[in-house]
Design a protein around this ligand. Structure first.
Ligand code: HEM
Ligand SMILES: CC(C)=CCC/C(C)=C/CC/C(C)=C/COP(=O)(O)OP(=O)(O)O
Length: 288
C-alpha cells in the first residue's frame, strides 16, 4: 500500500520537476547576491523544496483519481494503483487533497505569498483545466505546459519574492521544452491515446502536423534558452552550451521530417528531451 501511495505521486516526474525548481532557486540565489540582496535561510529554501514536491505529488494523485477509468484503457497506465483497483478511488482522492491542503499553505506562509499563489495556480490549472481538457482537444497541451513550467519560477520566487525577467525566461524554457517532450511521446503512443479517447495532436491532426510543431517549438526553445545568458544569470560558457545542446535537440526533432523517421525516432526524441533538459540546467547552474 505504501508503494502504491508513492506511485500516486508519479515519483520520477516529481523528481525531475523538483530538479527544475532547484535550478530556479540556485540561479535566483546567484542573481540576488549579485544585486547585493539577501537570500532566505536554508531552512526556508528547504521548506520551499518540500512544498513543491508535495504540491506536484498532490496534483499527480488528483490527476490519477480523475483519469482512473481512462488510465485503464492504455498499456502505459493500466498498472497504476487506481486504474488497477489496488487502491480505492476515495483513498487516491483523499491523499491528493491532503497533499494539496498541506503544500499550498506551506508555500504561502513558510515561503512567501507569490510562491504560494503560483503553487495554487499550477495545481488548479493542472487538475481542473488540463486534465479534463485532454479528452476534448489537443490544445490541452499548451495549457498543461503552464503548470509544468511553473516549478522553476517557484524556485525563483522562493528566493526573491518577485517574478523577475530571468525567472520568466526559465518559465519560457520549460513551457517550450514540454511541447516536443510530449509530442514525441504522443507519436510513439498514438494508438494507446486513440483507444483511450485522448485527443492528442497526432490523433487529432496527424503525424506530419505533429512533426512540424516539434520543429517549430524546438527552434523557439533554443532562442529563449539563449536569452538567459543576456538576462544576467549566466555567461558565455552557458550560451555556448545552450546553443550546442539546443542545436542537437533541434536536429533530432528535425530528423522527424524525413520520410523514413518512424516510432524509433520518436522514442529517441523523448529520451533526448530528458538528457537535453538535465544538461541545460547543469550548464545554467554552473553559470559561467
Ligand atoms: C504538458 C506537459 C507534459 C506532458 C503532457 C507530459 C507527459 C509525459 C508522459 C505521457 C510520460 C510517459 C512517457 C512514456 O513512457 O510513455 C512522461 C514521462 C516523463 N516526463 Fe513528462 N510530461 C509533461 C511535462 C513534464 C515536465 C514539466 C517534466 C519535468 C521537468 C516531465 C518529466 C518527465 C519524466 C522524468 C518522465 C519519465 C519518467 C516516467 O515516465 O515516469 N514531464 N511525460
Ligand atoms: C507545481 C505543479 C502543481 C505542477 C503540476 C504537476 C505537473 C507535474 C505538471 C507537468 C505537466 C503535465 C501536463 C504532465 C503530464 O500529465 P498527463 O496527465 O498528461 O500524464 P499521464 O497521462 O501520465 O497521466
Amino acid at each position: 500500500m505504501v508503494r502504491d501511495m508513492v506511485r500516486l505521486t508519479k515519483p520520477r516526474v516529481t523528481a525531475m520537476v523538483v530538479v527544475t525548481m532547484l535550478g530556479g532557486m540556485w540561479v535566483a540565489s546567484r542573481f540576488e547576491r549579485a544585486l547585493g540582496g539577501e537570500v532566505p535561510s536554508i531552512g526556508t529554501l528547504a521548506l520551499a523544496l518540500l512544498g513543491t514536491a508535495l504540491v506536484v505529488g498532490g496534483a499527480n494523485a488528483l490527476n490519477m483519481y480523475i483519469e482512473r477509468d481512462t488510465d485503464r484503457l492504455m498499456a502505459r497506465t493500466r498498472e497504476r494503483p487506481l486504474a488497477a483497483r489496488r487502491l480505492s478511488p476515495e483513498v487516491g482522492l483523499a491523499f491528493g487533497i491532503a497533499l494539496s491542503l498541506v503544500s499550498v499553505p506551506l508555500l504561502w506562509f513558510a515561503v512567501n505569498a507569490v510562491t504560494g499563489a503560483l503553487g495554487a495556480l499550477a495545481l488548479l490549472s493542472y487538475v481542473l483545466v488540463y486534465t479534463p481538457l485532454k479528452r476534448k482537444t489537443s490544445l490541452a497541451l499548451p495549457i498543461g505546459a503552464v503548470p509544468g513550467a511553473i516549478p522553476p519560477l517557484l524556485g525563483w520566487t522562493a528566493v526573491t519574492g518577485r517574478m523577475d525577467w530571468p525567472g520568466l525566461l526559465l518559465f519560457g524554457v520549460m513551457f517550450l521544452w514540454q511541447i516536443p517532450h510530449f509530442l514525441a511521446i504522443a507519436t510513439f503512443r498514438c494508438e494507446d491515446y486513440r483507444r483511450a479517447g485522448m485527443r492528442v495532436l497526432p490523433v487529432e491532426k496527424g503525424d506530419r502536423a505533429t512533426r512540424v510543431q516539434i520543429v517549430l517549438y524546438s527552434a523557439v526553445l533554443v532562442m529563449v534558452s539563449a536569452m538567459l545568458s543576456v538576462s544576467g544569470v549566466a555567461g558565455p560558457v552557458y550560451l555556448v552550451a545552450a546553443l550546442a545542446l539546443g542545436g542537437g535537440f533541434f536536429a533530432l526533432g528535425a530528423a522527424g521530417l524525413r520520410p523514413t523517421a518512424g516510432l524509433g525516432w520518436a522514442r529517441r526524441l523523448f529520451f533526448g528531451s530528458m538528457i537535453y533538459l538535465v544538461l541545460l540546467f547543469a550548464a545554467l547552474m554552473a553559470g559561467f
